[in-house]
Write a protein that binds this ligand. Structure first.
Ligand SMILES: Nc1ncnc2c1ncn2[C@@H]1O[C@H](COP(=O)(O)OP(=O)(O)OP(=O)(O)O)[C@@H](O)[C@H]1O
Ligand SMILES: [Mg+2]
Length: 250
């Protein structure tokens, strides 16, 4: 569904991505993990067309991303931006509905779709009528998810979407989102720092590091057969239950 071919990116002489090739299969969830600053968000921004790569190409459902196709392609993607990216001067409802209104969707349809999504992500109705600055961080994250799902895109890209949620809400939302993605056959790319979450969502986990793909497989593959020492240390640093630590404990 998404093919990233030989894509590279530097910022001001600092190489973030070496020429990287990755395929994201249709109807599956691929999880991106890796140390802070390794280029996970940059890769999503390249796929969405917000950052242009220095080399290589991105193809979405057979269509190549170019300046001419970027806008139309982006409308077919749902994107949950790390840290929200909500407009501070708009209410939650208006943030979620903005693109649908621009596209001329019927007001009644918009109202019922927003209500349906609020229900789905368990967002209290009162939070919809306040600006993002006047609701909690977890509520903002849920608004970000609603905004991404509003137009029912086939592809959903989520950049650490659940980081600010308390464990109970996070647990429920993980269950709900995985069910939605599976039932509706969405192609999903999800960035997370939480290994439990990576294993829960990911048919496939991609570990980035040093500007390249270090290992791709199930979380279990990364744990039981790490490609190199950096993978072993990355996994170990997350102190997963049952994974031995350097001191030898479980
Ligand atoms: N617009 C930009 N201008 C300059 N440098 C940038 C820009 N965007 C990202 N970078 C740099 O590129 C590198 C990768 O950033 P990126 O946001 O992709 O990392 P990340 O893997 O998402 O990290 P995190 O896990 O902390 O979110 C970082 O060193 C960052 O400072
Ligand atoms: Mg990031």
């Amino acid at each position: 569904m998404i093919v990233v071919r030989d894509v590279s990116k530097s910022f001001g002489g600092h190489l973030v991505l070496r020429p990287t090739t990755l395929e994201f299969p249709r109807g599956r969830t691929t999880v991106l993990i890796g140390p802070s600053g390794c280029g996970k968000s940059t890769l999503l921004r390249i796929i969405v067309g917000l950052v242009s790569p220095d080399s290589g190409s991105v193809t979405i459902d057979g269509e190549t991303l170019t300046p001419a196709t970027a806008l139309a392609l982006r409308r077919r993607l749902g994107y949950v931006i790390q840290d929200g990216g909500l407009f501070p001067h708009l209410s939650g409802r208006d943030n979620v509905a903005l693109l649908a209104r621009q596209l001329g969707r019927d007001a009644g349809w918009i109202r019922s779709r927003v209500a349906e999504l609020a229900d789905l992500v368990r967002l209290p109705t009162a939070a919809l009528d306040r600006p993002p600055g006047a609701i909690s961080g977890g509520q903002r994250q849920r608004l970000g998810i609603m905004r991404a799902l509003m137009l029912d895109p086939a592809v959903v890209l989520l950049d650490e979407p659940l980081g600010a949620l308390d464990p109970l809400v996070r647990y429920d939302l993980q269950e709900d989102l995985r069910r939605i993605f599976r039932d509706l056959g969405k192609t999903v790319v999800l960035v997370t720092h939480d290994m439990g979450e990576a294993g829960f969502f990911g048919d496939d986990v991609v570990l980035l590091g040093g500007g390249a793909v270090v290992q791709r497989g199930t979380l279990d593959d990364l744990i039981t057969a790490p490609a190199d020492e950096s993978v072993r240390r990355f996994i170990m640093a997350h102190r997963l239950p049952g994974v031995a630590t350097e001191g030898g404990g479980a």
